[in-house]
Design a protein around this ligand. Structure first.
Ligand SMILES: NC(=O)c1ccc[n+]([C@@H]2O[C@H](COP(=O)([O-])OP(=O)(O)OC[C@H]3O[C@@H](n4cnc5c(N)ncnc54)[C@H](O)[C@@H]3O)[C@@H](O)[C@H]2O)c1
Length: 273
């Protein structure tokens, strides 16, 4: 699919991968509807891009609210007439043991990471099918292919995103609407400061911006710049490529996990890394 002259909707567009996707799409000649819950950061980013000559429209939106997602669709169609690319990218993480995760934290993580993309699929895909052209990019994660301790709610939603994406791709085959499942390993963004967007009532700790090098060392990997991920996504849309894996190491971890599954062995952390 060609990108130039088309319109994209990117959720979580105020920061990290979503902002890099927006910048890449603008550079490809697209108009971009930028949606995010963090209004001040969203408006700052949109003003900067507009000043640089890009065509962007910033729309504050909590993707976990189906009514706000429907309003996002209506405003996008009103402004640009059609949506060709949907990037279900907004996401949050909360690191804590599964048995110590409060119901309200589950609601928050599942709402943003899984229900948000599901609502966006319901809102945007029917018109894409009707126009016979479009592409959905679902941001899952390496965490949707292999698991680790203390991130259960994140893994649960990202595994679900992989399943949603595979099912959607099968349903839409032949419709002119492609699907990609983005599974990054570590990317240099503010995902580790996700609690900045959590409802205050959850009582989650204030966000800490931990240096990415420290996180990369702890994870035994390297942090990819968001712009490199965005370039992979642009390629995948043009080539109608489903899987987008940022790091080669994800493949070996996933294969080790699948070997254990095939052999009926219990999961272990770090196998095959
Ligand atoms: N950074 C990584 O290492 C990494 C790896 C794998 C997957 N991911 C995924 O990439 C996606 C983008 O995250 P990022 O790494 O760029 O982090 P980020 O924190 O820099 O950006 C996430 C954006 O989502 C927005 N957001 C949060 N809640 C929202 C809501 N309810 N409605 C709308 N927007 C909301 C935030 O305000 C923020 O702008 C997420 O789905 C994340 O799970 C990130």
């Amino acid at each position: 699919m060609e990108l130039s002259g088309r319109t994209a909707v990117v959720t979580g567009a105020a920061s990290g991968i979503g902002l890099a996707l927006t910048e890449r799409f603008c550079a490809e000649g697209m108009s971009v509807v930028m949606a995010d819950i963090e209004t001040a950061a969203l408006e700052r980013a949109a003003e900067r891009l507009t000043a640089g000559g890009a065509t962007v429209l910033a729309i504050p939106c909590d993707v976990a609210d189906a009514d706000q997602v429907a309003a996002l669709r209506d405003r996008a169609l009103e402004a640009f007439g059609a949506v060709h690319v949907l990037c279900n990218n907004a996401g949050v993480a909360s690191g804590r043991p599964n048995h110590k995760t409060k119901p309200a934290v589950w609601d928050w993580v599942v709402g943003v990471n899984l229900l948000g993309p599901a609502y966006c699929v319901s809102a945007f895909v029917p018109a894409m099918v009707a126009q016979g052209e479009g592409h959905v990019v679902n941001t899952a994660s390496e965490a949707g292919l292999t698991a680790s301790p203390f991130l259960g709610s994140y893994h649960a939603t990202k595994y679900a995103m992989v399943g949603l994406s595979e099912s959607l791709a099968m349903e839409l085959a032949g419709s002119g609407v492609g699907v990609s499942c983005l599974c990054p390993e570590l990317v240099d963004t503010r995902i580790f400061a996700s609690t900045r967007n959590a409802p205050a009532a959850l009582g989650l700790p204030a966000p800490q911006d931990i240096p990415i090098e420290q996180i990369a060392a702890a994870m035994g990997t390297t942090a990819m710049p968001p712009a490199d991920v965005a370039a992979m996504v642009a390629y995948a849309i043009k080539a109608n490529q489903f899987w987008i894996l940022s790091h080669q190491s994800t493949r070996s971890k996933m294969m080790a996990r699948n070997r254990r599954l095939e052999q009926g062995l219990n999961p272990v952390f770090g196998d095959g890394a």
